[in-house]
Design a binder for this molecule. Structure first.
Ligand SMILES: Cc1cc2nc3c(=O)[nH]c(=O)nc-3n(C[C@H](O)[C@H](O)[C@H](O)COP(=O)(O)OP(=O)(O)OC[C@H]3O[C@@H](n4cnc5c(N)ncnc54)[C@H](O)[C@@H]3O)c2cc1C
Length: 384
């Protein structure tokens, strides 16, 4: 399959590029919410605008009121979110939570998906239990109690956690901490008694929370998919989040690179535009080539995820998702470092946006596993 967009996908890209560059711009969104010290870290009005454009329901099946599109289309949106550093719950809610909920009963889908499609509901993904991504080990426990479960434990760095209406929680319902089986996913409502949040502002000005579950009573209607058999569904959610984060990182890299190349064409030093110096041209060309490789890796992973109509993640897709997250992470890191370097001293000032790209890249790098985690995973999946 060619590693570029079809005509329909290119049309979608045209539409969302203008929309996000305009309404989701750094000035209108990131700087505004940061400077107002907004405790959500994103704008609900823009989320509703996303819904009006159909974007919140892109990955939701048509039978559930969505557009039934795939990861390539969601990635088109995420790349523009990355380019404009748009603070948005799109990745956690429209990509990851919808993937989880798709594996749920009519009841659980009916409870949460209409609100997501309408742009009224925000969801957060509560998987990690520590500063680094390590979903192989889950200690949060949900024990059978009456007709439902009693959830206890803690989750860390839950992006948008405190402002989410529902938390998608991966908990252990049997077995020991590092077992592959014994995991169940729950849709825990915001107002469930015993859920508390310690909110933190991340380096990129987004909000996350450290969530504590203190004997939270959950009825059977909160279970998503099979009790004890949630590892496979969790794998789908993680794959969706990882490839989505990789697409957003490619957008961050592209935005940082374009600003840097523009600067090289404007800034004069020693009587010349600095972009006329071959040393800087070589650095810009290197970055361009690396970004093209990252984009190709991302689109290949998206194609492999979309290839299985039933949503199952093939071994090859798992491998390519980790290749994409590792490569996009390394390239975005290169792009923001080169950007700040080539802007010289002004790259360190708040007046210029290039430093904001560096901050966003740092938080996205950690989200759903950094380049070290995914490089290791590529080695393991390849049998090394
Ligand atoms: C979504 C998300 C967003 C986050 N945002 C923020 C944020 O905004 N601000 C913040 O402060 N934190 C944030 N964090 C947490 C942050 O990523 C971690 O706290 C941080 O990476 C921990 O840094 P560390 O140096 O302690 O450990 P690590 O990042 O694990 O780094 C340890 C380093 O030591 C190396 N190392 C480890 N063991 C050895 C060894 N035996 N020999 C040699 N080298 C070794 C590793 O390769 C690595 O380079 C975020 C986390 C997530 C999941």
């Amino acid at each position: 399959m060619p590693l570029y967009h079809t005509d329909d996908q290119a049309m979608l890209a045209d539409t969302v590029t203008g929309f996000i560059a305009d309404e989701g711009s750094i000035k209108n969104q990131l700087r505004r919410w940061r400077d107002e010290n907004c405790q959500d870290g994103f704008g609900h009005e823009l989320w509703r605008r996303f819904a009006e454009m159909g974007l919140t329901g892109m990955l939701v099946a048509e039978a559930d009121g969505g557009l039934g599109m795939g990861h390539i289309e969601a990635g088109i949106v995420l790349e523009q979110i990355g380019r404009n550093l748009t603070p948005s719950p799109f990745l956690t809610t429209a990509v990851m939570a919808t993937t989880a909920l798709a594996g749920g009963s009519d009841e659980v889908r009916g409870r949460w998906l209409p609100g997501i499609v309408a742009g009224e509901t925000v969801a957060a993904i509560a998987v990690d239990e520590g500063a680094k991504h390590h979903p192989e080990r889950i200690t949060c426990r949900a024990e059978k109690a009456g007709n439902g479960f009693r959830l206890s434990g803690a989750k860390d760095f839950v992006v948008h956690g405190a402002s989410a209406d529902v938390l998608i929680v991966a908990a252990r319902t049997s077995g020991s901490d590092s077992d592959a089986t014994g995991i169940t996913l729950f849709a825990v409502p915001k107002d469930a008694s015993g859920v508390t949040h310690g909110s933190v502002r991340l380096v990129d000005s987004s909000m996350a929370s450290h969530v504590k579950f203190d004997a939270v009573e959950l009825d059977g209607g909160t279970v998503i998919g099979d009790v004890d058999g949630g590892r496979e569904l969790l794998g789908r959610v993680l794959a969706a989040g990882r490839v989505g984060a990789a697409a957003e990182q490619a957008g961050v890299a592209g935005g940082a690179m374009d600003r840097t190349v523009d600067y090289l064409k404007q800034r004069k030093q020693f009587g010349k535009l600095i972009g006329e110096f071959q040393a800087l041209q070589h650095r810009a060309a290197h970055l361009y080539s690396e970004l093209e490789i990252a984009r190709a890796a991302v689109i290949k992973a998206q194609q492999l995820l979309d290839a299985n109509g039933d949503g199952a993640v093939s071994e090859r897709a798992q491998l390519m998702v980790s290749v994409a997250k590792a490569k996009a992470g390394k390239v975005a890191g290169l792009a923001v470092r080169e950007g700040v370097q080539m802007h010289g001293g002004i790259g360190m000032t708040d007046e210029y946006d290039i430093g904001l790209y560096m901050k966003r890249d740092r938080a996205l790098a950690e989200f759903m596993g950094d380049a070290f985690y995914h490089t290791q995973r590529v080695a393991e999946l390849s049998g090394y």
